[in-house]
Design a protein around this ligand. Structure first.
Ligand code: FES
Length: 322
């Protein structure tokens, strides 16, 4: 079976698949080579073993602890990646992954007091890091608060019994759950909050709220997973973009990346890493001024032809796109 794209050189075999909650599955993979990754990182997955469709998923397993490499995936209606991984992929199938990527990890954190805050599927890197801390920093004082819609949505429910955790359920809270959402009151109950390193992962609005609150409560070491980027409202003025192939004109505020401009105007664009690494968002600019912060994966010829990585392209004025 040949590699679908050089971006996903790691062939892994599905060992088993376990349903975690009504809409989340964990796919356990065996890699016959040593696959280096850090707790909390993610990988791109080649969907249907194609070169065009790559999706980023957290590696929910923990290096040096977990028996398998695992992806924990929420099934999203019309999600090309999650539908394939949770409905069609079977035991024994092969799946191709990229190198592990991302900076959201605790392995270089020297503070022994941590607060890990997760909401929904954002718990996947948090669990990866929690296991890592238990094994490699057993002395660390780690508090976890995990927000779910309802008790049945607790991902890794059995495993969380091994660790101190505060579970918060918005609906149908049963014994063992705080009711509602993460609140300032719950945060202030965390001992030594201001001295802790806070790491959070969840929907963008949740992480925004967490950042504002914990900083107001004195936290100075704060990290969030940048993977979930909010999609802004379409602008009606600012920089003007003309997409020739779609005969479409749209706007985005000065300071937006080209990717933000495309996404906020619902212009189709492939995206996975959002960090100038995977090459998914390659887009051709016909004219206009821009600077780039990454050209990784682009050839010299492509750069000369005006190709950019939309996530790493910073328009300096109006742009015309192919
Ligand atoms: S989304 Fe990966 S390079 Fe832009």
């Amino acid at each position: 079976m040949t590699m679908p794209t050089p971006q996903c050189p790691w062939r892994m075999q599905v060992h088993h698949i376990r349903q975690e909650t009504p809409d989340v599955w964990t796919i356990s993979l065996v890699c016959h080579d040593y696959y280096p990754y850090r707790a909390g990182q993610y990988a791109l997955v080649s969907i249907r073993n194609s070169a065009q469709t790559l999706r980023a998923y957290t590696l929910s397993s923990t290096p040096g602890v977990s028996e398998y490499i695992t992806l924990t995936v929420r099934r999203i209606e019309e999600g090309a990646g999650s539908q394939w991984l949770t409905r069609e992929v079977k035991r024994g199938d092969y799946v191709w992954l990229s190198d592990a990527q991302g900076e959201f990890t605790c392995d270089n954190e020297t503070n022994d007091k941590l607060l890990l805050l997760a909401a929904g599927c954002g718990v996947t890197p948090i669990m990866s890091m929690r296991r890592w801390l238990a094994k490699y920093r057993p002395q660390a004082d780690v508090q976890v608060i995990f927000n779910v819609r309802s008790p049945e949505d607790v991902i890794f429910a059995n495993e969380w019994r091994d660790y101190p955790i505060t579970l918060v359920a918005e609906n149908n809270a049963t014994a063992g759950f705080a009711v509602g959402r993460l609140s300032r009151e719950l945060l202030t109950q965390v001992p030594d909050l201001a001295a802790r390193t806070v790491m959070t992962c969840g929907p963008a609005a949740y992480m925004e709220w967490v950042e504002k609150e914990v900083k107001a409560l004195g936290v100075t070491r704060f990290f969030k997973e940048q993977f979930f980027t909010p999609v802004a409202e379409a602008a009606t003025s600012g920089l003007k973009f003309s997409k020739l192939s779609a005969m479409k004109t749209f706007y985005a505020p000065v300071g937006s990346t080209l990717l933000e401009a495309l996404e906020s105007n619902k212009v189709p664009v492939n995206v996975a890493c959002r960090a100038g690494v995977c090459g998914c968002c390659k887009t051709q600019v016909v004219s206009g001024e821009y600077s780039v912060s990454s050209t990784m994966t682009l050839t010299e010829q492509e750069i000369a032809d005006g190709y950019v990585l939309a996530c790493s392209c910073h328009p300096q004025g109006d742009l015309v796109l192919a």
